[in-house]
Design a protein around this ligand. Structure first.
Ligand SMILES: [Mg+2]
Length: 410
């Protein structure tokens, strides 16, 4: 049986949610920044887009295009809450729902289509209505419907705002021939530039490039992916959704500082702060990891180091020790603006160790977990972290890279 996949994409999600909550913002050009004091516009309202402002633009350039632009900080916790409510709406349609990012989801209706949803256009409209009921009247979405995730996503991309687009065979060829590569899922900025240099702007054009030439130009991986996209088939990026494992493979966290850092004590404190967050997430999911990685980014330079160990760890003291050990290898060749820590090769944590030292640390860790759960994050914490007012708290990212954690069943 042919598959039927819906791709739902909320229009201008972050800005729309702000307008939903504050009616006086409706109809106004809004730019969303990550936080107070940041200048990169991570999202725009539809009104702001009409001024030609693009996502990722700097606040200053945007204000020259649209002086009345309102810049407001994002509220990821609220978006995550709204996404969880969207997930519930989607689960009323079919049991197979995949939340792709905060504002995008795939719903597979293959098995229930025949009996429940003979009219797909009507199904699309019903979902749009249910979203309005759940999140508010200002919230609109595009829905693309096709026989795979790639074409469903392409269809929602090309649908008019708030529309439902069903991919018929004719329409499929048209979409592939008219959607520029920069709007195609999985094609990054660099690849789309390279394609443009070869005079290739639309997926359909790939069909005219002989296989061997494609291979020479784009290498073994991308030549295959591009050939699939040319015919509207699912590339690796979307296919791997089916292979997603039931737990996270790694938990990482990065933060861009407000200024450049030089002082080793301050740098280490930030790395420790990020380590605490990682351990919290890892422990909540009952996982432990064997690979520790740290990365430091300067304005021009970048340095990283990693270490793989035999026994998986999930205690904050263990992670901080390993992070400090890696940090010692750094030669302080630049001032640091961005910090990152990652614990990977995660596996379900089963066997408690018998070593007395491990058991002591585990008791301390459990005491910390209990206190922090009861009285709030960082109530009890290692001493070597930033002072209270500079503590870094967990946040949700737009692409929801840690969805297995954020959307877990509690
Ligand atoms: Mg969207």
């Amino acid at each position: 049986m042919e598959r039927t996949i819906l791709h739902v994409d909320i229009n201008s999600y972050f800005a729309t949610m702000l307008q939903q909550e504050n009616p006086h913002l409706r109809g106004k050009p809004i730019g969303v920044v990550k936080d107070e004091g940041r200048t990169c516009l991570i999202a725009l309202s539809k009104e702001a887009k009409q001024f030609g402002i693009e996502t990722g633009a700097r606040k200053q350039e945007a204000l020259t295009l649209c002086p009345q632009l309102l810049c407001l900080p994002a509220s990821f916790e609220r978006y995550l809450d709204a996404t969880k409510r969207l997930q519930k709406v989607f689960l009323t349609v079919a049991p197979s729902v995949y939340i792709y990012s905060l504002d995008e989801a795939f719903i597979d209706v293959t098995d229930c289509r025949e009996h429940l949803y003979p009219d797909l256009e009507k199904l699309g409209k019903t979902i749009q209505d249910r979203i309005k009921t759940e999140l508010g009247e200002w919230v609109t979405c595009n829905i693309g419907i096709a026989n795979n995730r790639f074409m469903a996503k392409m269809a929602s991309e090309v649908a008019p705002k708030g529309g439902v687009s069903i991919v018929t065979p004719d329409k499929k060829e048209l979409i592939l021939a008219t959607t520029p590569f920069k709007d195609v899922c999985g094609i990054g900025y660099r690849l789309s530039k390279k394609l443009a240099r070869c005079n290739v702007f639309y997926p359909y054009q790939i069909r005219f490039i002989p296989e061997e030439e494609l291979h020479t130009l784009f290498g073994p991986f991308w030549s295959v992916q591009l050939a699939k996209m040319a015919y509207g088939e699912e590339p690796h990026l979307l296919q791997q959704i089916d292979r997603e494992i039931p737990h996270m493979k790694s938990v990482g966290r990065s933060i861009t500082g407000y200024h450049l850092y030089q002082n080793p004590t301050e740098i280490k404190r930030i790395l420790h702060n990020l380590s605490i967050e990682i351990i919290e997430k890892v422990r909540i999911q009952k996982l432990a990891g064997r690979n520790i990685w740290i990365g430091l980014y300067g304005q021009e330079g970048y340095w990283s180091a990693h270490l793989t160990i035999a026994t998986p760890i999930n205690q904050v003291f263990e992670l901080i020790n390993r992070v400090d050990h890696l940090y010692k290898q750094w030669n302080h060749s630049f001032e640091v603006i961005k910090f990152a820590v990652r614990l990977s090769l995660l596996e379900p944590h089963q066997q408690d160790q018998l070593l007395p030292s491990w058991q002591k640390h585990e008791s301390i860790q459990r005491a910390l977990d209990t206190i922090n759960t009861k009285f709030g994050r960082f109530t009890a914490r290692p001493a070597a972290v930033p002072p209270q007012k500079e503590l870094i708290y967990p946040e949700v990212t737009g692409f929801l890279g840690d969805k297995l954690y954020q959307l877990r069943n509690e």
